[in-house]
Design a protein around this ligand. Structure first.
Ligand SMILES: C[S@@+](CC[C@H](N)C(=O)[O-])C[C@H]1O[C@@H](n2cnc3c(N)ncnc32)[C@H](O)[C@@H]1O
Length: 449
């Protein structure tokens, strides 16, 4: 089908990232912002062979599930993909996606529980990460990337982020403009400010501000610190993170602490957690307790269980599991997160835990070679899932129960298929951690066959 052609079609399905799917002459066409059952006139923008891409030129019918997106930047900004869909329907779509991906890629045809909904589908994120750049006229801008591009959209308020964090980004932008500080251009290694990251402890109200800069020299730092503290007295720490690399990765290796101790504290399920800039912490604190509670309840821990928590971050699951088990080991690759986890164990007076700074795969390969056993395994890996070497060692060690927490259904499906000769899927629970976006978290219980 030639690009520039106009067709008419009805949406019959959704892609993994929430676009509508229309079939024309047997070819699937992916159309952003078209909802199931809606008919539209569509302009074909790309033909990729197995599928084409199109955009709505005129919508002919309206789904009862269509709502007015609350955000003024929606359809320009790439942060959210589902604001035009009612929240109830977002939940259904995510459950369907988990079921479909597990069936197609994981050979799992069993039950998928209803998704655990959020009571706060807006302003739920405790972490904001805005890139800085310049518009065509050279003005400093800060916001989110445009859908599928590296163009920054200047944004004053993001409806899924924390309001205070948005205000801090605006203040940093104002200070940069006042002091003629430009955004860092990684290609020409010019300018200064790259990103501002703000993290908030939702229970403690503590704020962390991280100024990510392309260069070290920051003569205005005290002016920034004073202005930020004056406007937001609940800032607990301000960090300058230096990232001069040509990369999409936000945080660089080096840090200068400009104020405080370089961490904030927050609380979850009655435990306290110290969190440094480079440490992972779930971005939706309102859903995290529900996620962890479900993971722990299906693990069915007993006081004799020896447990491994792989990809353990600042030790959240490790410490919660330790309250029910004999001993829990957390394995995590980021040094600052491991240091936080060790302190978090002390802070909460939990002694039956150990934290190892290691890549989870070689660590487990070595444990398997030494004949080490665990009764229960938790994993909560990044989007690309577990390494094959890790899963191979799981099949050698054979923990009786294996709780897999995943933020990407396709890598989860791949991993449960790989494990299927040794493990049976007993329970699948999606959780809505990322409302208004297509992302979905899933907790799976696998039992040794
Ligand atoms: C999705 S987070 C989960 C963290 C923690 N379980 C939680 O809920 O807060 C994944 C964690 O895996 C860590 N990680 C990434 N690759 C790793 C690897 N190869 N080995 C061990 N940890 C890794 C990341 O630094 C991050 O802390």
């Amino acid at each position: 089908m030639n690009p520039s052609r106009h067709i008419k079609g009805v949406c019959i399905d959704y892609t993994h990232d929430g676009k509508g799917v229309v079939k024309h002459e047997g070819l699937p066409i992916f159309v952003p912002y078209l909802l199931m059952g809606e008919e539209a006139e569509i302009l074909i923008t790309n033909n990729r062979g197995k599928y084409a891409e199109g955009k709505i030129t005129k919508r002919l019918t309206t789904s009862p599930q269509r709502v007015t997106p609350p955000c003024q930047y929606y359809e320009v900004c790439g942060g959210c993909q589902l604001q035009h869909l009612s929240y109830q329907e977002q939940l259904k779509m995510k459950k369907m996606r988990v079921a479909e991906v597990l069936r197609r890629m994981g050979d799992y045809n069993g039950k998928v529980d209803d998704i655990i909904p959020s009571d706060k589908p807006l302003h739920y994120r405790n972490k904001v990460q805005f890139p800085f750049g310049h518009d065509e006229r050279g003005n400093l801008i800060a916001g989110l990337y445009q859908q599928g591009s590296h163009r920054i959209i200047d944004i004053d308020e993001c409806l899924i982020e924390n309001t205070e964090a948005d205000q801090i980004v605006r203040l940093v932008k104002k200070l940069c403009i006042e002091h003629h500080i430009e955004a860092y251009d990684q290609k020409y290694r010019q300018g200064f400010i790259r990103h501002v990251m703000v993290r908030k402890g939702i229970v403690t109200n503590q704020l962390m501000v991280v100024l990510v800069t392309g260069k070290i020299n920051f003569p205005e730092r005290q002016i920034f610190v004073d202005a930020l503290l004056k406007a937001f007295p609940n800032i607990r720490t301000i960090v300058q993170n230096i990232n001069p690399e040509f990369t999409d990765v936000v945080l660089g290796y080096r840090e200068h602490i400009l104020f405080g101790d370089g961490y904030i504290e927050d609380e979850l399920s009655g435990l306290k957690f110290k969190i440094a800039a480079k440490s992972f912490f779930q971005v939706n604190p309102f859903q995290t307790e529900k996620l962890y509670n479900r993971a722990l309840s299906i693990a069915n821990l007993t006081p004799t269980d020896v447990v491994l928590d792989a990809y353990s971050g600042v030790g959240t699951i490790t410490l919660l599991a330790a309250k029910q088990a004999k001993h829990v080991t957390g394995v995590e690759i980021v040094r600052d997160a491991v240091l936080n986890a060790i302190e978090n164990a002390k802070l909460n007076e939990i002694r039956n835990v150990s934290f190892i700074e290691a890549d989870a795969a070689p660590y487990l390969v070595e444990r398997a070679a030494k004949g080490k056993t665990y009764d229960v395994l938790f994993v909560d890996p990044p989007r690309n899932g577990c390494d094959e070497a890790f899963l191979k060692s799981v099949k050698v060690i054979k923990p009786k129960r294996f709780v897999y927490i995943s933020c990407e259904p396709s890598s989860l499906a791949r991993d449960i298929k790989y494990l299927s000769d040794t493990y049976e899927v007993k329970y699948v629970q999606p959780v809505d951690m990322f409302s208004q976006t297509y992302h979905v978290e899933t907790v799976v219980l696998l039992a040794l066959k």
